[in-house]
Each structure stands twice: as C-alpha cells, then as structure tokens.
Design a protein around this ligand. Structure first.
Ligand code: SAH
Length: 355
C-alpha cells in the first residue's frame, strides 16, 4: 500500500517536493486539487507537469473512504457509515439548520474514556484515525451535497476523543481551516469537544483558534467521577482551574456540555452547583437531554425538569441552550454513534435491502 498523500502535512509535502527538485509552490497546487477540488486521481491535476503527476502516482495513493450506509432522518439529519481501508467503520452526521450546515466527525474508532452513558464507549478503543481519515469524512460528505450546498461548520464530536489523537487531529484542523489550499472553514466554525484532557486543552488553545467545548456533565467530583472515569486523572476542580487560565480571545466563550440524566444530575441543586462551578469562566452551556440507546440504563428527564434546570442557569445570567435531539430516529443523536452495531440505522430491513 502506497502512503496516502493526504496524510502529509503541508510542510511535509513541500519538503518532499524540494527534495525532488520541484518548486515548493507545487505543494499549494497539489493541496488545492486534493482538498478544494476533491481530486481522486493525480492524472486530474492538469496544472502539474506530466512528470510530476507520474512521480506522485508512483509514490502515493489518494485514499478514499467508502460509504457503507447512509440514513436520512425525518428532520433532515443524515448519518453516514464510512468504511476504512482496514475494514473498521466510523460514523459522521450532517446536520442542516437554518443558516448553517454542520458536519459532526469522528477522530477515533471507538473510544477509551468509558463515559457511563455513551454508546461509543461500549466499543472500547480500537485505533486513532489518520489525519486523512478525519478530513475525508468532510470531503466524502461534501460530494453528497446538492449543488450550491456547502458545509459551513465542523464539530469534532463524533466517535472518539479528539485530544487523545492530538497530532492527527491538529493536521486535520490545519487542512480544514487553511483558506489558500485547504477547506477554508473559519477556525471559530470548527468546534472541538473533549472529555477534559488538561495538558492537551492548553496546547490546543495555544496552537489553534478553534472553538472549545468541554464535556462537564456534573457539578461535583463525586457525580462526575461516577459518570466519567477521566475525572480520576483530571478532576473537575483542576479542569475548571485550567479553564479560568486559558488564553481566550476577548468575548470568546468555552462551551460546556452537560448531558441531563434523570435522577442523576438534573436537580435544582445540581443546576445551582453548576452555576457555582462555572464562576469566573466565560462560558455557555449546552444541555443535552440524554439520548437513549439500547445498551443503557440511564433515562432522559421529563421536559419540565429540563426547563427547570435551564431556568436556574438563566437566573444566574449564564448563556444556556438545550440541544434538540437531531436524527434520533436514525440513532444519529449525540452519543449514539456506534459504528459497527447492526440494526441501529433507523431503517426497516426492507429499506436496508434496497440500499
Ligand atoms: N470525546 C469527546 C467528543 C465526543 S462525544 C467528548 O467527550 O466531548 C460528544 C458529546 O456527546 C459529549 O459531550 C458526550 O458526553 C455527549 N454524549 C455522549 N453520549 C450521549 C448520550 N447518550 N446522550 C447525550 N449526549 C451524549
């Protein structure tokens, strides 16, 4: 197997070209073909010399993801099951909203963090995605769009923990955000969500301008520890101290995600504690009423309890949104992505046959 050219960073590709006595500006042209024009063959790169095209084809491949399944929800959300070269699979979710089109992408096959309520956790950790596998989710989903449609926002909130796959995620972010040869998505429109890996969060905020979301899910060490094993290594207190000291540009806020689990973390006392925990951090809160999946014993709170929780945050002047479940009929809502499970695609067997 020849290496996938999309796994090279821009500087690695430039270095390769210089070593082969080609002008460095060719790197920009090649990347434009790969990422802006979504070329699938070197022969299509008509502004390169024939010699360079042949050389590239000899040394590299242009890998692709295969679409194993595609399911569309009643609300317009589309879930893709992508097949990887080694037979593993991952999910991505396209979420149309009034003024934007968001793609939620995966960064690992499975996940090692074992959050108690999450479907991906059940897979355990399989492997990191390469940077090309991260970026190709955007490229392949873009090919499926109608003319004139464009993905405007990326959320790194699919399967896996992006900051546990730091180097490849950062390479992919460079490609997403570069305006000259990459996908040209503004950094603030790229949101990375983490379980709370403190050293990598600090690094990310120094090295990029992407938006940060942190999965908090509880306002006490005891409850967070029960829900999220990572709390043993990076406690709630250490995480919030880290957040208070991050180099955030003025007016930029950290998004805190809080999955609401009936009877576990959804009381008025929990909401009040959350307001206290967020003190001193420029924050907005995304409340995610739990999305059930077959393997879980947790339950979603009643709507009135979600409202009551939200009201406490309002009363403390905290910006708060309740995330509507998108694509729950096709198991595409937050925390339901589980790649390999059969029969979770919201279709009847007959529809599946027709695919
Ligand atoms: N590992 C990263 C990103 C993946 S999960 C992280 O933990 O942030 C994206 C978000 O969905 C996280 O906030 C996660 O806790 C939440 N989530 C997981 N399972 C869920 C479920 N069943 N219902 C609602 N949200 C869930």
């Amino acid at each position: 197997m020849k290496p996938n050219i999309k796994d090279l960073s821009f500087s690695e590709l430039s270095a390769f070209l210089i070593e082969r006595k080609h002008p460095a500006y060719r790197a920009k042209q090649i990347c434009q073909w790969l990422f802006k024009k979504r070329a699938v063959a070197f022969s299509a790169m008509t502004n390169l010399s024939q010699g360079l095209r042949d050389e590239l084809a000899k040394d590299f491949s242009i890998g692709r993801l295969s679409i194993l399944r595609r399911a569309e929800s009643r609300d317009g959300t589309v879930k893709f099951l992508f097949g990887l070269a080694d037979g593993q699979s991952i999910e991505s979710v396209l979420i149309p909203e009034t003024n934007r089109l968001t793609l939620c992408i995966s960064t690992q096959v499975g996940c090692a963090y074992g959050c108690a309520f999450c479907a991906t956790a059940l897979l355990g950790f399989k492997r990191n995605l390469t940077s090309s596998e991260i970026i190709d989710q955007i490229i392949e989903a873009s090919r499926e769009l109608a003319a004139g449609q464009r993905i405007t926002n990326i959320v790194l909130m699919g399967m896996g923990e992006p900051l546990a796959n730091y180097a490849n995620t950062l390479r992919a972010i460079e490609i997403m955000t570069d305006g000259g040869w990459g996908l040209g998505i503004a950094p603030r429109r790229v949101t990375l969500s983490s379980v709370g890996l403190i050293p990598q969060i600090q690094k990310l905020m120094e090295e990029t301008n992407v938006s940060l979301a942190i999965s908090l899910h509880a306002a006490s060490e005891a409850v967070r520890g029960k829900l999220m094993p990572v709390n043993k290594k990076y406690s709630l207190q250490a995480l919030m101290d880290c957040c208070r000291n991050l180099p955030l540009p003025r007016r930029k806020r950290i998004t805190f995600e809080y999955v609401l689990l009936r009877g576990v973390n959804d009381s008025v006392a929990d909401a009040t504690a959350l307001c206290r925990v967020l003190g001193g951090v420029p924050s907005k809160v995304n409340l995610i009423p739990f999305n059930p999946h077959p393997e879980s014993e947790f339950e979603r709170p009643a709507d009135a309890d979600v409202k009551r929780f939200q009201q406490v945050l309002f009363d403390h002047n905290i910006q708060v949104n309740v995330r509507r479940p998108r694509g729950d009929d096709i198991a595409a809502a937050c925390g339901q992505l589980q790649g390999q499970a059969e029969g979770r695609w919201g279709e009847s067997a007959a529809q599946r046959e027709a695919c």
